[in-house]
Design a protein around this ligand. Structure first.
Ligand SMILES: Cc1ncc(COP(=O)(O)O)c(C=O)c1O
Length: 388
């Protein structure tokens, strides 16, 4: 069985976790979380990282903090792609802003860049980019629009750890970014997410909001300032802003520190598999869409056909061959019951093609030549068997 993801934790990760449990009585957010954040910042190349309990929490915290920091009005507009993960968009709604959906392109699966510029109104404040399936969005185009129209750029990198745009890692191109460490992603903390930024003010808001809004979450060098500013409230329970509890634990941070040591190797294997998959699908010619692979950090192996019958044929054959498949993320989100009020799905032409004619299979460090040869056979069997 070729599953989407398998047990990604290595023996050394499990050993470190058991050693850690045996060595401590402190399991809630503490030094291991700080260490993981420091190591992640080093790997990512950013100033500040804040570890939370999921990528979805990271998205909501990022939008809430950016809105507060820039004093953005309720109902201001945030441009989001028609294809991304649902909680990326629900975060916009939960932060009391309005998602405005823009169609995707079928080259890097991010925004249709011409449509992105057209969607900007005087109410637009943020472009929330998703680097989908490990494909880096065209940040030069996004930044040109953002600069021209005075918009804040935020990056969801939950599926694209280590991908590069313009030679730099994604997640370092806007005001802030998010990552997911859920099981099926490039590395895991089982559940978990990270926020990254170079802005001290945003980092402070991330720290506060992650943990109820508590002042003591800030760097100790800032404590005296707030002690003096609010002498009538105990510093132990001084709440500077509205917050959540999105903290993660020392256990998950311990796993994260170990997994991070494997991350470049995992990405190397994923990208090697992706190169072989590109060769395998090449006989399909223009039956399938091809994606710009430069700077990729492959999340999965996607298929988007021009014809739905071809998609159904190959997806069926994959199932018969015990290769697990999934629709491409939330596919056309305007078709999802929870987003129907935000537009007519038929207006999102490329998202519709992806929705109707696309699926993906897993890519990870367990995908090897044996599996890829099997995929080659399945494709040959599907399209040379005279079914169409
Ligand atoms: C693009 C994108 N954003 C956000 C998330 C949410 O991450 P999590 O599952 O850790 O909540 C995901 C999850 O897969 C995702 O793919």
């Amino acid at each position: 069985m070729w599953k989407l993801q398998e047990n990604i934790l290595e023996k050394s990760d499990k050993d470190k976790l058991s050693d850690f449990i045996a060595s401590t009585d402190r399991f809630t957010q503490f030094n291991m979380v700080k260490l993981f954040e420091k190591e992640w910042s080093k790997w990512q190349g950013c100033k500040y990282s804040v570890f939370v309990n999921s990528g979805s929490s990271a998205d909501l915290l990022m939008l809430d903090a950016v809105k507060e920091h820039h004093a953005l009005p309720d109902n201001c507009e945030v441009l989001v792609p028609a294809v991304t993960w649902t909680t990326n968009v629900t975060s916009v709604i939960q932060a009391k802003m309005k998602p405005v959906f823009v169609d995707i392109n079928l080259d890097d699966l991010a925004f249709d860049y011409a449509g992105l510029e057209k969607a900007v109104t005087p109410e637009t404040k943020i472009i929330l980019i998703t680097h989908l399936l490990g494909l880096p969005a065209n940040m030069a185009k996004v930044k040109a629009i953002a600069e021209k129209r005075g918009l804040i750029v935020l990056e969801d990198c939950c599926e694209s750890h280590g991908a590069r745009a313009e030679g730099r890692k994604v997640g370092n191109h806007g005001a802030a970014s998010t990552f997911s460490f859920y099981w099926g992603h490039h590395m895991t903390t089982i559940e978990g997410g990270m926020l990254c930024t170079d802005s001290e003010e945003l980092n402070d808001l991330f720290l506060l909001k992650r943990s109820h809004g508590l002042a003591r979450e800030l760097d100790p060098s800032k404590h005296d300032f707030y002690r003096k500013k609010y002498p009538e409230v105990s510093f132990d329970f001084l709440f500077l802003t509205h917050g959540y509890n999105f903290r993660n634990t020392e256990l998950h941070a311990t796993i994260g520190i170990e997994q991070l040591k494997h991350l470049d190797r995992y990405i190397g294997i994923r990208n090697g598999n992706h190169r072989k998959y590109s060769e395998i699908i090449s006989p399909l010619g223009d039956k399938v869409y091809r994606f710009a692979a430069e700077g990729i950090s492959s999340f999965c192996l996607p298929f988007i056909f021009r014809d739905r019958k071809d998609m159904e044929l190959l997806r069926g054959k994959c199932r018969e061959a015990q290769i697990e498949t999934r629709p491409i993320v939330g596919a056309n989100l305007l078709r999802q019951p929870c987003f129907r009020a935000y537009g007519d799905y038929r207006d999102f032409h490329n998202a519709e093609i992806l929705h109707l004619n696309g699926f993906y299979i897993g890519n990870n460090q367990f995908v090897d030549d044996e599996r890829l040869n099997k995929l080659k056979e399945v494709i040959k069997d599907s399209f040379e068997a005279g079914v169409r």
